[in-house]
Ligand binder design. Structure first.
Ligand code: NI
Length: 339
């Protein structure tokens, strides 16, 4: 009996020792998987990358708090890092950031690495989320502005589905709020939705404050319709000043091929205009609010495919590497906003 008791005691001691070692071991293990880094390291001190991280943080705050669309304006008032010396933590789940006091009452967010592809340097990302070089010489992106239209946009979606291609739609907030179901259908079809202002003013003549409000209000409408903020902004007429470009904190997408479909309103002229100018890496501008443009799309797709082009979304063409404060004209042409 005595002997037996002693073995129980030894066993208990061993168990306690293991437990203590185990508890002691946990933080040490966490230290090896979590790493503190500065935003300067994450971005190689690139302010466009840092602005892109701030935008990803806004999306994450909305997502993490299941925020209603009425909170979209407030998310732009949350203080987010602007200095390269500020720190964040690389965790197995994503990039963890501590937040200053804010109206969402969120102290900490963790942005999944899938949302940081192309925004932070590859070396800080898990292999699956790193950007790899892609050849864009046989890729083009079709883009459609000014919608959604109640009947023409669904008709265009049918065409895209039939030919198994995707496109990018730059929609006005005004139209998104009228036809949110169409915006949802655009996304559901594997296409991309971007911000094309609330009601199509010329940003060059309304000033920075009104431009930011046009963009934010439209982000809010798109969030309300789809549950996500759009990545890109396309300013009406392509006009945007340098100050506005910096304030928006979203990549600006322009175009390299202008179909001038709004001026022609003629199916065959639209087709000819696109086909004579399009080269690999191009972003093609059309409008899904004109029936002639939508009618031109099947032939345009067939002819581009016959020339060996793959029709992709803007994100695919830009290899997920578009950054805030820069404007993109094609796969290999980007400039500072306002230039
Ligand atoms: Ni437009």
């Amino acid at each position: 009996m005595m002997k037996h008791k002693r073995w129980v005691y030894v066993g208990l001691l061993a168990a306690v020792t293991l437990l203590v070692l185990g508890i002691g071991g946990l933080p040490a293990q966490a230290k090896t998987t979590n790493k503190t880094v500065t935003f300067g390291q994450l971005t190689n001190k690139n302010t466009h990358r840092l602005a892109a991280i701030r935008q990803a943080a806004r999306q994450q705050i909305l997502k993490q708090t299941h925020a209603k669309s009425s909170k979209v304006t407030a998310v732009y008032r949350v203080k987010l890092p602007k200095h390269m010396t500020k720190k964040a933590t690389l965790t197995p789940q994503g990039l963890r950031m501590n937040l200053l006091a804010n109206s969402f009452k969120v102290k900490q967010i963790t942005i999944p690495y899938s949302q940081l592809k192309g925004k932070i340097l590859n070396r800080y990302l898990p292999k699956a989320n790193r950007t790899k070089a892609v050849k864009t010489n046989k890729m083009v992106a079709l883009t459609f502005d000014d919608g959604p239209d109640k009947t023409l946009t669904p008709r265009l979606l049918k065409t895209l589905k039939k030919y198994k291609v995707h496109a990018t739609f730059f929609e006005t907030g005004q139209n998104v709020s009228r036809y949110p179901q169409v915006t949802r259908a655009v996304l559901a079809g594997g296409n991309e939705v971007g911000n094309h202002s609330w009601n199509h003013p010329n940003f060059n003549s309304i000033g920075t404050a009104k431009t930011v409000s046009q963009v934010t209000r439209t982000n809010r409408a798109i969030y309300q319709a789809t549950g996500t903020l759009p990545q890109y902004v396309r300013p009406p007429y392509g006009n945007i000043t340098a100050a506005e470009g910096r304030s928006i904190e979203q990549p600006i997408v322009r175009w390299s091929v202008d179909s001038r479909d709004w001026a022609y309103l003629n199916k065959n002229k639209d087709i000819n205009e696109v086909m004579k100018d399009t080269r690999g890496g191009d972003i093609i501008l059309m409008h899904d609010i004109h029936s002639q443009s939508v009618a031109a799309v099947p032939t345009i797709i067939k002819r581009l495919k016959a020339k060996g082009y793959k029709l992709v979304t803007v994100s695919q063409l830009l290899n997920n590497q578009a950054l805030s404060g820069l404007q993109y004209f094609g796969a290999h042409d980007y400039r500072t906003a306002g230039k």
